[in-house]
Design a protein around this ligand. Structure first.
Ligand code: TMP
Length: 235
């Protein structure tokens, strides 16, 4: 499939058209941002690591029956995906208190939650991605009730699949962000699943193996991403 016109540049990825109008090419970049773009940097090798890690997760989820936008891994930094009309709701699923949940509720980071917590954020750089609820989604016309019911059920199924898989790799899935979009009459999981969008901790040492190392200036960011790829793919 041929890479054609540039379509869109996000914070860590570029999207291109292809000769198939239903398929886009995603190029993963090494650029890193945090705190809604206030902190910027580069993590050497991140683009290809996140492409490989996302490929691993999309293939795992598709094999378990979750519809995703993933089509094919086409190169170190590139994958083909189905074109999506992205739903402007970021879905965060949490299993262990960390980040904004720990701050909002005054909980100690690392507290294991009694069950998964699903949160929604309005995907709007201008507004700083505020926390929203089902009523906000309805009045803003972001998604229908049926779409949100499907999205929540699917996010919880994804949670079970990922936890089970990561358990075998001695990783805790602390929390993560998912995005969904419409493709023809279907809702598909979109975006990426990587250490940029998830918190992964080593089960024994609780060492952080994700973008928190960049956000919090902890160092060894690239090594953490390499370690996640090694545990997932053996490479
Ligand atoms: P938070 O604790 O900062 O709300 O983040 C929860 C999870 O969502 C964490 O794994 C990182 C991910 N996330 C993103 O992927 N993009 C974002 O813009 C934000 C705020 C969080």
């Amino acid at each position: 499939m041929e890479k054609k016109d540039f379509l869109y540049q996000g914070k860590a990825k570029c999207i291109y058209k292809t000769d198939d109008p239903d398929v886009f090419l995603v190029e993963y970049r090494d650029d890193a941002t945090a705190y809604n773009g206030a902190k910027k940097g580069t993590i050497t090798g991140k683009g290809s690591l996140n492409n490989q890690i996302s490929t691993y997760f999309f293939e795992l989820l598709q094999n378990k029956g979750i519809p995703t936008h993933y089509v094919e891994y086409t190169g170190l930094n590139e994958m083909l995906v189905k074109s999506l009309d992205i739903i402007a709701v970021e879905v965060v699923v949490r299993n262990i208190a960390a980040g904004s949940l720990a701050r909002r509720l005054g909980m100690e980071e690392g507290t294991v939650l009694p069950g998964p917590v699903v949160e929604y954020y309005y995907k709007s750089d201008e507004l700083g991605d505020p926390l929203i609820n089902d009523d906000h989604i309805k009045i803003a016309g972001l998604a229908s009730k049926d779409e949100m019911q499907y999205i929540k059920e699917t996010a919880l199924k994804i949670n079970d699949i990922l936890i089970q898989d990561l358990n075998a790799k001695n990783l805790d899935l602390v929390d993560y962000k998912l995005e969904f979009g419409r493709h023809k009459s279907e809702i598909l999981l979109g975006d990426e699943i990587s250490p940029d969008t998830c918190r992964f901790w080593d089960k024994d040492t609780r060492e952080k193996l994700d973008k928190d190392r960049f956000r919090r200036d902890m160092g060894s960011v690239e090594d953490a991403y390499i370690e996640v790829r090694r545990r997932l793919t053996g490479k």
